[in-house]
Design a protein around this ligand. Structure first.
Ligand SMILES: *Cc1c(COP(=O)(O)O)cnc(C)c1O
Length: 326
C-alpha cells in the first residue's frame, strides 16, 4: 500500500513523476535506451534540460536576465558557492535556523557577515521582524522555509539590497517576485525531484564581479555559459524534475498551488489547534505551509511513542520530526 510520506526531504513527489521516471529507466522516449545510460550530450537529452529551464522561467514568471542552472552538490554546496561568487566585502544574513547557520558559517570565509536578526532565543519558533539591513551589503540572505522548525517567510520581504534565498523546501509552492533576488537556490529533493539535483537561478549581470579567483566548477558562469552541460549533470533527477514542472503547470501554476497548500495546511493546523493532545511549535503568524511541526502537550508526553507507532501502523511515514523540535 502507498504510504503517506510526511518526511521533509527527500519527500513525496507527484505520482506522475514517479511513474514517468520508472518508464524512462526502462526505455527513454522510445529510444531503446534507459535514461540511466544515455549520454547527456545526446541530442535527445538537450530538450529535457531546455524544457525544464523554460518551465522554471514560465512558472516563476522570471524576468529576462536570469538563468536557471542544474548542478550537483546540494543546497549545502550553495552555502559556499553563493558567497564565493556574490560576496565582495559584506553580506547580511537572517538567522532563522539550522540551514541559515550553515549558510552563514560558509559566508564568513569570504567577507564580513552581519547577522541582522535571529530567532535562536526561542528555538527558532518564529521569523524575526524588526531589523535593519545594511545598505552597503552585497546581498541579504534568507531561508524562506525552515523545515526543522516549521516556520516560513511567505510574503516577499522589502530589502534595500538584492536578496539571495535558500528556497530548498518551498520553491514552486507560491508565486514569487524573482526580480528582488540576485539568486535563488535549493536542493531539488524537497519539492521537485529525487536527490542529486540542485537548482540555482542567478541574475546574470551580477556574475563575474567577485574579487577573488573562483574555481571553474564553482563559478556560476561556467554553468550559465554551458547550459548546465559543462560536465555531466544529474541526468535522471533533471528528467524527474521536468515531470514535476509539467505537473505544476498542468495543475494551474503557482497561484493554484499556493491555494491548495493553504487549504491543506489549514486542515492540519485546525486539527492540531482543536486537539487536546497536540500543540503546534511555531508562532501562528509564521507557520509554514510546507512543514507542519507539532508535539504532544506536556500532559500527554508519555504517549508520544505510542502515537508514533499508531501513525506508522496507519500508513503515515516521517511523522516523528527533527530531534531538535520533536
Ligand atoms: C534540506 C535543506 C537544505 C539541505 O539541502 P541539501 O541539498 O541536502 O544540501 C538546505 N536548506 C534548506 C532550507 C533545506 O530545507
Amino acid at each position: 500500500m502507498k504510504q503517506h510520506n510526511f518526511n521533509a526531504g527527500p519527500s513525496i513527489l507527484p505520482q506522475v513523476t514517479i511513474e514517468e521516471t520508472a518508464k524512462a529507466v526502462i526505455n527513454f522516449n522510445n529510444t531503446g535506451l534507459s535514461i540511466l545510460e544515455i549520454s547527456h550530450r545526446a541530442k535527445y537529452f538537450q530538450p529535457v534540460v531546455d524544457e525544464a529551464e523554460a518551465l522554471f522561467k514560465e512558472l516563476l514568471e522570471s524576468p529576462d536576465g536570469y538563468k536557471t542552472i542544474f548542478l550537483g552538490g546540494g543546497a549545502s554546496l550553495q552555502f559556499c558557492m553563493m558567497p564565493y561568487n556574490f560576496l565582495k566585502t559584506k553580506a547580511a544574513y537572517l538567522n532563522t535556523g539550522t540551514w541559515a547557520n550553515k549558510a552563514m558559517k560558509e559566508a564568513k570565509n569570504f567577507g564580513e557577515v552581519v547577522e541582522v536578526a535571529s530567532s535562536k532565543d526561542k528555538n527558532y519558533s518564529y521569523i524575526p521582524k524588526d531589523y535593519t539591513i545594511p545598505t552597503d551589503a552585497d546581498y541579504f540572505h534568507i531561508t524562506t522555509n525552515n523545515t526543522i522548525f516549521g516556520t516560513e517567510i511567505r510574503k516577499e520581504l522589502d530589502s534595500p539590497v538584492m536578496m539571495i534565498a535558500d528556497m530548498s523546501s518551498d520553491i514552486f509552492s507560491r508565486p514569487l517576485d524573482v526580480s528582488k533576488y540576485a539568486a535563488i537556490y535549493g536542493g531539488a529533493q524537497k519539492n521537485l525531484a529525487p536527490a542529486g539535483l540542485t537548482f540555482a537561478i542567478v541574475k546574470e549581470d551580477l556574475l563575474g564581479q567577485a574579487p577573488r579567483v573562483v574555481p571553474t566548477m564553482l563559478d556560476y558562469r561556467t554553468h550559465t555559459e554551458n547550459g548546465s552541460m559543462f560536465n555531466t549533470p544529474p541526468v535522471l533527477p533533471i528528467f524527474s524534475a521536468l515531470q514535476t514542472l509539467r505537473w505544476l503547470k498542468e495543475m494551474g501554476g503557482l497561484k493554484v498551488m499556493e491555494q491548495r497548500n493553504i487549504e491543506k495546511a489549514t486542515m492540519l493546523y485546525d486539527a492540531i489547534d482543536s486537539s487536546k493532545m497536540f500543540v503546534g511549535t511555531a508562532a501562528a503568524e509564521d507557520r509554514s505551509l510546507m512543514n507542519i511541526c507539532f508535539v504532544m502537550k506536556e500532559e500527554y508526553k508519555e504517549l508520544e511513542s505510542e502515537f508514533a507507532k499508531f501513525a506508522t501502523e496507519n500508513g503515515m511515514v516521517g511523522i516523528k520530526g527533527h530531534r531538535s523540535v520533536g
